[in-house]
Design a protein. Structure first.
Length: 413
């Protein structure tokens, strides 16, 4: 096989709440057909835009999450569009959608109908709260899902209100979970011959990301609070700094000791501080102290010399020297630094994708997964509005030119 999913066809009906699911499947070689309403999906109007020019064909959000897909326009809810979609279903393996609960049933395209047309079909639905339960009909934006999953409660500084991560996260997690679940359903189908319905709740996908906080409550009755640049839970009411300022930004470093710290690492840090002219008695203190008995004041006294050391050096200097001394320090990279990072470049992670309509090439992150026997296909840009209408309607479904023209006039495609 040339790719893992080269014989699999996916009909992608999602908006921004589920488009990552289709991209992941497309990256593994599936033929993902993005089905948009006539005129284009509303997610095309989500910024930022290429060269800051608002245009449904220049949305960088659309570009990012619809790579490797083909694109058609079709009003699946219309009397003329409904039968065309059922024709597509007969040749499809997977349908992914993110409409409100009950919408697909309302227009006569729920899983029961699709399964009757194609018993091997897998249908994956991505919604804020899932298909069942008292909240199933509620709508929710990214910040609502983050808040109602408990995730938002953990983000930010302890003396300030909860802080939402700036780039929407909730539905990306849901899309990733949906892709995983869809692959499992596909594996089941290959063994049983039967498709199935996959119900993905964005809220539940985000609750999974609070796996450290939920057990703390269930086990000890303690609520994990926001801790900002600090880590809590190492000792009773102890806040240990994890993010530190340095000469040109920030680094991540967790001050560990006792059985958690290697003797080499402890000695390396102590020697480093001494060579930099920052006196401490770390070499003796780091090996055998009991962290549970430290007060916050005592812990901050331990951290103070390290803070002085970090402010004297750049991120790269701290990373390089830390590696030599077996002291675990990592830089907090900016987006530009991530793009320029040699490890990602060495693995061929970044891929230049040609956009003929822009007369330009744009660098994209590639797949984070590699397969030895089923390589991922190369990347191609996201589809333009209705770009593959003729290819699919005429060449694959056999519609005549006159029929396609009629459907266009009726605003069906």
């Amino acid at each position: 096989m040339n790719s893992l999913l080269e014989d699999i066809r996916v009909l992608d009906l999602t908006d921004e709440k589920g488009s990552l699911c289709g991209r992941i499947l497309a990256e593994m070689g599936a033929d993902v057909i993005k089905v948009e309403k006539p005129g284009g999906d509303a997610s095309r109007r989500i910024g930022p835009f290429y060269h800051d020019e608002p245009d449904p064909e220049k949305s960088l959000t659309w570009f990012a999450y619809n790579l490797n897909k083909r694109g058609i326009t079709l009003d699946i809810s219309s009397n003329n569009g409904w039968p065309i979609f059922l024709k597509l279903i007969k040749k499809a393996d997977i349908v992914i959608e993110s409409f409100p609960v009950g919408y697909m049933q309302q227009i006569g395209l729920d899983y029961v109908v699709l399964k009757a047309m194609n018993p091997r079909i897998i249908m994956t639905s991505i919604t804020p709260f899932g298909q069942t339960g008292p909240y199933k009909d509620f709508v929710a934006s990214d910040i609502v899902v983050q808040a109602m999953s408990g995730y938002l409660h953990l983000c930010g500084d302890p003396d300030l209100p909860p802080m939402r991560i700036s780039i929407p996260q909730a539905y990306l997690h849901a899309g990733g979970e949906a892709a995983t679940a869809t692959m499992v359903a596909l594996y089941h189908r290959e063994n049983s011959g039967e498709g199935q319905y996959v119900d993905v709740s964005a809220q539940q996908s985000m609750v999974r990301n609070t796996v450290n906080a939920v057990p703390l409550w269930l086990t000890y009755g303690e609520i994990l609070e926001r801790s900002g640049a600090f880590r809590v839970g190492l000792g009773k009411n102890l806040r240990a700094r994890q993010t530190w300022a340095c000469k040109d930004g920030f680094v991540n470093f967790l001050f560990v000791a006792g059985i958690l710290a290697s003797v080499a690492g402890s000695s390396g840090l102590a020697d480093w501080l001494q060579e930099e002219g920052i006196p401490t008695d770390y070499e003796n203190r780091l090996k055998d102290f009991d962290i549970s008995k430290f007060t916050q004041e005592e812990w901050e006294e331990m951290e103070a010399p390290v803070a002085r050391l970090f402010l004297k050096h750049t991120k790269q200097e701290l990373f390089d020297e830390g590696n030599k001394r077996r002291v675990s320090i990592c830089p907090v990279h900016s987006p530009q630094e991530v793009v320029d990072y040699p490890q990602l470049d060495a693995r061929g992670f970044w891929t230049e994708v040609r956009h003929e309509e822009l007369d330009a090439s744009i660098k994209y992150p590639g797949s984070c997964i590699r397969f030895t026997d089923t390589p991922n296909p190369g990347l191609r840009r996201a589809p333009l509005v209705g770009e593959h209408n003729l290819e699919i309607y005429r060449c694959e479904l056999g519609l005549s030119a006159a029929e396609i023209s009629r459907l266009q006039k009726l605003n069906v495609i």
